[in-house]
Design a protein around this ligand. Structure first.
Ligand SMILES: Cc1ncc(COP(=O)(O)O)c(C=O)c1O
Ligand SMILES: [Zn+2]
Length: 413
């Protein structure tokens, strides 16, 4: 592809042509990054023709996506999700509601690009391992295109996500183990059977889909990028994608400054936060990601070993950003606070960004003048068991006005 120079390894720096590699670095196994020819892209892609585009989806950014053309895209609305100002929650605070995507999470952005690539390579079956969202997203988009999907999930995945997978017709392999074990088994199966693998932090195309949220934020904020973007982090692929998106737009001259990225993790799944802390203690040292034993209630970011951890830490460092950890209690509280103040219902991982913002604000680490975006990455209906822990109870009454009157004091309280 003319717009792509090749792929570069984030670990050893080795360079490959696009046709030469499919997944991670054959030499050191680290993740690859797709390198664009910005000079070439700039020849035809400019703000004027973008502003004239009537395609309100991720595909409006086709010149910056690693696909041949739009002939193989899923026939669903992906991306261009709303960015709401959340005045009740903070000054200059915006929430990007990615639960609005077809399978109700941010992951559709990544699956969309990966499934186009799968078709370009002639794949007959797509696969992926997932805490739930990436898989249900792949199953959803595969269904829309009539492509068989085989998805690996940990046994503990929330019911709604398993239901999505089954309803979309994917073959669901439920692994008696963790997400990390499901991930490794999926890789082995890919090698054995030759399926096309979408795994986060293994397939370099997922980051490319995820970066489109940064493009949208720039357009939605009239080309003045925010000062900080809060991102829920599990494998670290969303945050590395967001960083790539802002950098792409700066490279082609669409924006002239970059935001600070704030990674937010649960303290019960905090490998990236720990790696950032270590790198601050030992400046200039090689980035080391040590696995943790993740137990957070926020299943989508419950990850022992972040598969795109290196790129995530680099994104935080390069953006002069921060990494924050919050408790599961703060995450659950955030679901309620966001829902009641804005009408957006996020899943636990989805609102972790806001929980991180709230924490930093309370610690006095946010200037009121700063413009902030929190990514809300998944819809709350995906994990109702967690939300019900803090939602409260309904009033159970007899079907009569008398019955209602018995509890009226409670209602008017
Ligand atoms: C709702 C939601 N938020 C955040 C994340 C974290 O993304 P990443 O694993 O790329 O860090 C995920 C990943 O599954 C997710 O589903
Ligand atoms: Zn390498």
């Amino acid at each position: 592809m003319k717009k792509i120079k090749g792929l570069e390894c984030l670990g050893c720096g080795r360079e490959y042509s696009q046709g030469e590699v499919k997944y991670n670095c054959p030499s050191c196994s680290e993740n690859l990054d797709i390198v664009y020819d910005y000079e070439e892209i700039k020849k035809t892609f400019n703000k004027k023709n973008l502003s004239q585009s009537e395609d309100y989806s991720i595909w409006r950014y086709e010149p910056l996506l690693p696909i041949e053309n739009l002939s193989k895209i899923p026939p669903l609305q992906i991306g261009w999700t709303p960015l709401y100002e959340a005045k009740k929650l903070g000054k200059n605070l915006f929430l990007k509601d990615d639960g609005k995507n077809p399978s109700a999470s941010f992951k559709d952005r990544a699956s969309a690009v990966a499934i186009v690539r799968a078709q370009e390579l002639g794949a007959k079956i797509v696969t992926g391992a997932s805490t739930g969202n990436a898989g249900s997203s792949m199953a959803c988009l595969a269904a829309s295109l009539g492509i068989p999907a085989i998805i690996f999930i940990p046994q503990k995945a929330p019911k709604a996500k398993i239901t999505q997978l089954l309803i979309f017709g994917a073959k669901v392999i439920m692994v008696k183990g963790t997400y990390d074990e499901a991930f490794d088994l999926c890789l082995e199966a890919t090698r054995e059977y030759g399926w096309y693998n979408r795994n986060t932090g293994y397939n370099p195309y997922t980051r490319e889909g995820k970066k489109t949220a940064a493009y949208e934020i720039c357009e939605q904020l009239d080309w003045i990028p925010p000062d900080k973007v809060f991102v829920p982090v599990g494998d670290g692929n969303i945050i590395s994608g967001i960083w790539k998106g802002f950098k792409d737009f700066k490279e082609i001259g669409f924006i002239n400054k970059l935001p600070q990225l704030v990674a937010v993790q649960s303290e019960l799944s905090n490998a990236v936060v720990k790696a950032v802390k270590t790198s601050i203690q030992h400046p200039g040292s090689r980035i080391q990601i040590e696995p943790v034993k993740a137990t957070t209630i926020a299943d989508s970011i419950s990850v022992n070993m972040p598969r795109d951890g290196l790129a995530a830490v680099k994104a935080i460092q390069e953006s002069k950003g921060l990494a924050v950890e919050v408790s599961d209690k703060e995450i659950l509280e955030a679901i309620k606070i966001v829902a009641r103040a804005t009408g957006i219902f996020g899943e636990p991982a989805g609102v972790t960004s806001y929980a991180g913002y709230k924490k930093l604000r309370e610690e006095g680490k946010i200037d009121e003048k700063e413009r902030i975006v929190c990514l809300i990455t998944g819809n709350g209906l995906k994990d109702i068991d967690s939300s019900m822990k803090i939602a409260g109870e309904p009033f159970l009454v007899e079907p009569s006005l008398e019955g209602l009157k018995k509890i009226q004091n409670e209602i008017f309280k």
